[in-house]
Design a protein around this ligand. Sequence first.
Ligand code: ADP
Length: 302
Amino acid sequence: MSVVVLGSINLDLIAQIDKIPVAGETRIAQGLLTSPGGKGANQALAARRMGAEVILVGMVGDDAFAMQALRILRQDGVDLSHIGVSRQHTTGLAFITVESGGQNAITVVPGANYELGSEALGQLERILTPQDLLVMQAEIPFEVIERALMIARRIGSQVLWDPAPASAQFPHSLFHVNVITPNQTEASLLLGTPVTDVRSAKAAARQLRTLGAEIAIVKLGAQGLVWATAHGVFYEPGIAVHAVDAVGAGDVFLGALAARLDAKDPWPQAIKIANHAAALSTTQRGAQPSFPWWKDVRQMIK
Ligand code: ADP
């Protein structure tokens, strides 16, 4: 049994600057950080560190960015043998300029991520088994997600879909998944109704089930999450931690959830562990380097 992630791989290039330049202006940055990212890559790493065998299906460019984007995944043992290399596009990149006060400006170049298509779907069809969990997000073309969903359905694999970044244009077929995991902003956009607290999140989770999801989870940041199943709607309060950086917390949540479901934990236990793993990831700066390991999360729960 494996967790198979079909999704995006990016490299973030982060320049620290006193003031974000306006159009036509050139300014000197204080420094540059590079950080591997992309929701697909993040969720694959999170699931791996939480104990799963993980295969990442995605696409990078034929360039030096790819090495850096895949460095931590390779080091931690995510199976990268099904990643395609584009001859036309660069590895997905995010150019991020951050002011000392925290204001930022971001330019995303999807690059090879948008070239995902028939080849990746062919790989998926070959490797996916009924026991595997397929994990997807929304940083790749919608039609690829739709076709992957059909493949998973035909094979009999469970599908966990993180509808992020959210779009009001998602085809309705995408809601017919085993598990959907928007945060509150994404749930608001998907349903066209504000989701601001536990009460409205419970209503949103119920509504996501009526749209086709078997289990709907709405993530509420420091407040935790709600989850709706055929048996009812439940609230899992947030874990009190000293949070310094919540970037990637949602990716850790889904990666950890997939890993624990793959390990055959019962649902309430898998939710509890994913909630703890996501909270723990907020206590350190940065995305992938801050992702927790199963042994540390297990320690936290004891
Ligand atoms: P996303 O990262 O997708 O925007 P959230 O911000 O809702 O989603 O965070 C996802 C999960 O991470 C939450 O459901 C919760 O489990 C955990 N989390 C996020 N922020 C905090 C925090 N400040 N304290 C504790 N847990 C947090």
